[in-house]
Write a protein of this length. Structure first.
Length: 95
């Protein structure tokens, strides 16, 4: 069974705002059947260039769920806070 994943590469700008954002995201994921797979700090760069310090990986049932979650009013309401809290690159993968 294949899934779809959101991978976020993150550099925190404001730890207090980041904690506020992080505490609210799980409730936005729940209706879409998403599961947090990894939240971690960069340990080392083995090859290439990478400027972010943190990574998050969230598994969704499929791309439809990712698109629904991202477009949902619940998540959209957090984007302003996210942008104040951190520099983030969000990517979606099927796999």
């Amino acid at each position: 069974m294949s899934h779809a994943y959101v991978i976020g590469h993150i550099t925190v700008k404001d730890p207090e705002k980041w904690n506020q954002y992080r505490s609210q995201v799980p409730a936005t994921l729940e209706p879409w059947g998403a599961e947090l797979v990894l939240r971690g700090k960069l340990a080392s760069i083995l090859a290439g260039d990478h400027s972010h310090t943190d990574t998050v990986v969230v598994r969704f049932p499929d791309m439809k769920a990712i698109n629904g979650w991202y477009a949902s009013p619940a998540y959209q309401s957090l984007i302003s806070l996210r942008e104040k809290a951190a520099e983030i690159v969000l990517l979606a993968y099927e796999g």
